[in-house]
Design a protein around this ligand. Structure first.
Ligand code: GNR
Ligand code: NI
Length: 167
């Protein structure tokens, strides 16, 4: 078991596009366990491998109150997205202390595999839809801040820069 280090925006490694998983082995399952542990410790409701500097298409999420329902999505693909969009306040473990509204499709259908390679399809709405789209963005090298206006992005960068100087 190990806690992994979470990269912070604007680290250029967060912009890498993750590679599909081809081998479903014990090393992959260990990565999933370490990512789960890291997500719960943070604490967060989701974590993409990109955030821990592993550039493979692996996500973990847990939206349960009890924090006992870890979901694993490997090679996730959005098969369908609703036309209607909803705006939701998002935050990110890689952008600590910054929260803002992002508009996304309200529902998505995702095809993925679990850590043993078994394929499944998941219909997502509400928080699950928001979270999985946020996590898939990470695998594509995108952080939620990039959905904001250029003015807001500049403000976020200035805020993070100031905070970094103080630390
Ligand atoms: O913990 C998290 N909370 C959250 C809240 C609103 C929208 C998205 C998220 S995901 C975030 C964890 C994270 O950064 N995952 O990449
Ligand atoms: Ni995030």
């Amino acid at each position: 078991m190990a806690l992994l280090t979470i990269l912070e925006y604007p680290d250029p490694r967060l912009t890498k596009v993750a590679e599909p998983v081809v081998v479903f082995d014990d090393a992959l399952r260990q990565l999933v366990r370490d990512m789960g542990e890291t997500m719960y410790a943070a604490p967060g409701v989701g974590l993409a491998a990109t955030q821990v500097d592993v550039h493979k298409r692996v996500l973990v999420m847990d939206l349960s109150e009890e924090k006992n329902a870890l979901r694993v999505f490997i090679n996730p693909q959005i098969e369908w997205a609703s036309d209607d969009l909803v705006s939701c306040e998002e935050g990110c473990l890689s952008v600590p202390g910054i929260y803002d509204q992002v508009r996304r499709p309200s529902q998505v259908r995702v095809r993925a595999r679990d850590e043993h390679g078994a394929e499944f399809v998941q219909d997502c709405s509400e928080a699950l839809a928001v979270c999985i789209q946020h996590e898939i963005d990470h695998l594509n090298g995108k952080v939620f801040v990039q959905h904001l206006s250029m003015l807001k992005q500049a403000r976020v960068q200035a805020k993070l820069r100031k905070r970094r100087v103080r630390r």
